[in-house]
Design a protein around this ligand. Structure first.
Ligand code: GLN
Length: 306
C-alpha cells in the first residue's frame, strides 16, 4: 500500500494541468496549487500517506458528510421530509431547483441541502453549541483533538456568502426553517471552515468503510444500514453535477469540497482522503479525482469490482 500511494503522489507531481484554485475567498485563492496529499486509513488502524499529508486545508463541503450523519442521528428518517436524496444535476450553489421543488433541496450535499441540514441539527441551539458538537464528533471520529475551525475562512465565507444567504432565505420563505436564518448560515459557514489534513480526514471517514463502527474504540457511530445509505448518497450526490463522472471514473462513494479535498470510501477496505487544491470546472479537485481513479485501478477496490 505504501508503494501504491507513493507511486500515485509521484505521478500527480508530473501532471502539468493541476486545475484552478477557488478564488471566491482569499484564503483559498492563495493556496499553492502544486500541493498533493493522499492518505489511506484501513479499519485495522494502518495508515499510509504520501505527499503533504500533514498540511491543513479547508474541508468545505466534505463537512456535509459529518453534519448529515449527525442530523440522521437526531432526526432519523424524519430528516427526509426536509431534504431529498436525488442527484441534482445542477451546480452546488444552484437556486433554480429550489423554486420548482417548493424549497425542499434535492439532496443534503448541495449547498441548499446542507443549509437545511444545519437548520435541522440546531433544534433551537445557538451556532456555538452546535459547532462545538460538530467539532467534538469529528475529533472523536478522527481520534484527534487538534481539529479546529479556521476562523479567518469562516469570516470570509460569511462576507462572500450572498448566494448561500439567498438559498437560505428562499427556503425560509416556504416556512421550512426552525431557527433564525442568520444563525443557520453562521453554523453552515463555520462547519465548512473546519481545517483538516488528509490523515485526519481519512481517519474520520473510517466508520463509513467499517459498517458504521469507529475502529479505534469499536464504538457504533451509525448502524451498518445507515453507513450503507450515507455511502449511497455520497456516490450519487457527493460531487454535484460531476457525480456521474466521478462514479464512472473512480467507482467509489466520495465527497468533494471546494478546498480541493475528497473523502472516498471503499466499503470494507479503506477510507481514503486526497487533497489537491486545483479544481475542475465543476469545483471538484482535479488531481484528487485523478489520484482516486488511479487508486481504484491499482487496488481493484471500487464498489463495482469483485
Ligand atoms: N463553503 C462553500 C460554499 O458554500 C462550500 C462549497 C463547496 O465546497 N462546494 O460555497
Amino acid at each position: 500500500m505504501q508503494r501504491i500511494v507513493d507511486e500515485i503522489a509521484e505521478q500527480m507531481a508530473n501532471v502539468s494541468d493541476k486545475g484552478s484554485v477557488a478564488t471566491y475567498i482569499p484564503q483559498l485563492a492563495q493556496v499553492d496549487p502544486n500541493q498533493f496529499a493522499i492518505t489511506v486509513a484501513l479499519p485495522n488502524g494502518e495508515i499510509y500517506s504520501a505527499g503533504c499529508s500533514q498540511t491543513l486545508f479547508s474541508i468545505q463541503s466534505i463537512s456535509k458528510v459529518f453534519t448529515l450523519t449527525l442530523a440522521l442521528g437526531k432526526l432519523g428518517e424524519a430528516l427526509w421530509a426536509r431534504v431529498g436524496r436525488e442527484p441534482s444535476g445542477d451546480p452546488f450553489n444552484s437556486i433554480v431547483q429550489l423554486e420548482h421543488e417548493n424549497g425542499r433541496p434535492r439532496n443534503p450535499f448541495i449547498n441548499a441541502g446542507a443549509i437545511a441540514v444545519a437548520d435541522a441539527i440546531m433544534q433551537g441551539h445557538k451556532p456555538k453549541e452546535i459547532l462545538a458538537e460538530i467539532l467534538r464528533f469529528i475529533r472523536f471520529l478522527a481520534n484527534d483533538d487538534a481539529i479546529n475551525i479556521d476562523e479567518k475562512v469562516a469570516q470570509s465565507e460569511q462576507e462572500t456568502g450572498n448566494r448561500n444567504a439567498s438559498l437560505a432565505f428562499f427556503m425560509a420563505s416556504f416556512g421550512h426553517f426552525e431557527n433564525p436564518v442568520d444563525e443557520v448560515l453562521g453554523t453552515y459557514f463555520h462547519h465548512c471552515s473546519i481545517a483538516m489534513n488528509t490523515v485526519q480526514l481519512a481517519k474520520a471517514g473510517r466508520f463509513l468503510a467499517n459498517n458504521g463502527i469507529n475502529p479505534d474504540t469499536n464504538c457504533v457511530v451509525v448502524s451498518s444500514k445507515r453507513a450503507k445509505r450515507i455511502n449511497s448518497l455520497m456516490l450519487m450526490c457527493g460531487h454535484y453535477d460531476g457525480s456521474g463522472e466521478f462514479a464512472y471514473r473512480v467507482g467509489l462513494p466520495g465527497k468533494s469540497g471546494v478546498g480541493g479535498g475528497i473523502l472516498a470510501i471503499a466499503p470494507g477496505e479503506a477510507s481514503i482522503a486526497v487533497w489537491s487544491p486545483g479544481l475542475d470546472i465543476i469545483g471538484n479537485s482535479k488531481l484528487g479525482t485523478q489520484a482516486l481513479e488511479l487508486f481504484t485501478s491499482k487496488t481493484g477496490w471500487s464498489v463495482f469490482s469483485v
